[in-house]
Design a protein around this ligand. Structure first.
Ligand SMILES: Cc1ncc(COP(=O)(O)O)c(C=O)c1O
Length: 404
């Protein structure tokens, strides 16, 4: 039997009529107007006022002094790792429960991920396990922090703020200071969230955002690197624009990258950023409705917000206890799919990924538990109350049929 459409809808593909997608863009502001202006004036390439405006709006949202637009979030992560001085055969601590891009970026520079478990409350990087690895799993050799088992130099921390919620950063910031490590926040999923009142993106040395099709704001594809550090920002700008040392004679002293976002896509980004506060409110409203409906149903555990956080609830996710519900998350996914409703499990934890076999990991049992139980539900900014009620109805119906 072929999978229902809902399971096969490619990320970013416009959904067919009568179908409730997981998370699709919401384009209802000045997108057309600004993009048309680029086309009408021929400012379509990688320079232009919209790139500058988009960068300024991200710097403002993250509270940083600098922002450098890139072609994707992955490109921003790649450049951030180079800026952090991460070199071949170094190690970088990264969340195991995340989309794969940050671990891939670590491999792009020839370094190795050290996968860190998720904590059970908010499902973010377990900072206690990260610090335990640094304290007990590493040792100083000739002034360098090295993994006792692999012998590799540990260079940076890359916490990933997943699903719209921040990692508990303070212990990591203290550990980074103590061990002389750089922090690169992967904030791709959490634009608009705050930690103790500080925006994500302003909690480490550098941070990266993504504007691909399922993010809270989108340019179709795009990313941003933000930092307070002027020297890092200058170098990021240089590396992302082909490392041009003489733009007339085309002289290059280093290998650079073609990672600059175009003005057309930045125009879309500027229009989307105008909507960010209302999009965050929409996501939080959708989350509150799901939590009110599912939070008291035995066997369902909705995602939560820490007292020190303001989450955007970018991707609304619930845990399903198969013993209590009578069906597991995958069975519910199929039942929703049959009703033309798209849902999704969380990512395979990366310490289990073939793509990253051979990488070091802490105990990652919590991430495995969450992976078995998690189900992300439709939560597009434009999800109507009626459509959300239908999702809840189908989900509870599937659960009660399983229990019968
Ligand atoms: C946690 C995380 N990191 C990095 C990325 C990469 O962003 P992009 O798709 O813009 O390369 C994504 C999203 O795709 C992500 O969810």
């Amino acid at each position: 039997m072929s999978a229902p459409t809902s399971e096969r809808l490619a990320p970013g593909a416009p959904p067919p009529a009568g179908f409730t997608p997981l998370c699709v863009p919401e384009l209802r502001g000045n997108e057309w107007k600004y993009v048309k202006e680029c086309l009408d004036t021929n400012w379509v390439s990688s320079v232009g006022s919209y790139v500058d405006r988009f960068e300024r709006s991200l710097a403002e949202a993250a509270g940083t002094r600098h922002a450098i637009a890139t072609t994707s979030g992955t490109a921003a992560l790649h450049v951030a790792l180079m800026l952090a001085g991460v070199e071949r055969d170094d190690e970088v601590l990264v969340s195991t429960l995340t989309f794969i891009a940050p671990a891939n970026a670590i491999r792009y520079v020839g370094a190795w991920p050290v996968f860190v478990d998720a904590e059970p409350d908010y499902w973010q990087m377990d900072t206690a396990k990260a610090i335990d690895f640094l304290e007990r799993g590493c040792e100083w050799r000739n002034g360098e922090l090295r993994n006792r088992l692999t012998g590799r130099r540990v260079r940076a921390l890359m916490p990933v703020h997943i699903l719209g919620h921040p990692v508990d950063m303070q212990p990591l910031v203290e550990a980074a200071r103590k061990f002389g490590l750089r922090i690169i926040e992967d904030a791709t999923e959490s634009l608009g969230a705050t930690y103790h009142g500080t925006p994500v993106g302003h909690l480490g040395d550098m941070a990266c955002f993504s504007f691909n099709g399922n993010k809270i704001i989108t340019t179709g594809g795009g990313g941003m690197l933000v930092t307070d550090d002027e020297a890092l920002a200058k170098r990021a700008r240089y590396l992302t624009t082909q490392a041009k040392d003489d733009p007339v004679e085309y002289v290059h002293h280093e290998v650079g990258y073609n990672y600059r976002l175009t003005n057309v896509l930045a125009a879309m980004g500027v229009a989307q950023m105008e909507q960010l506060p209302s999009y965050v409110e929409a996501k939080r409203r959708i989350a509150a409705t799901y939590t009110a409906a599912l939070g008291t149903v035995p066997g369902f555990t909705p995602m939560r917000q820490a007292s020190w956080a303001r989450s955007t609830f970018w991707m609304y996710t619930v845990l399903v206890d198969p013993q209590t519900v009578g069906a597991d998350a995958r069975a519910l996914l199929r039942a929703l799919g049959a009703a033309q409703i798209q849902s999704r499990p969380l990512w395979q934890p990366l310490h289990q990924s073939e793509a990253h076999r051979g990488a070091f990991a802490t105990d990652c049992s919590t991430a495995e538990f969450l992976h078995a139980r998690a189900l992300s539900l439709p939560c597009s900014v434009g999800l109507t109350p009626d459509a959300q009620s239908l999702v809840i109805e189908h989900l509870l119906h599937a659960a009660s049929r399983a229990a019968a």
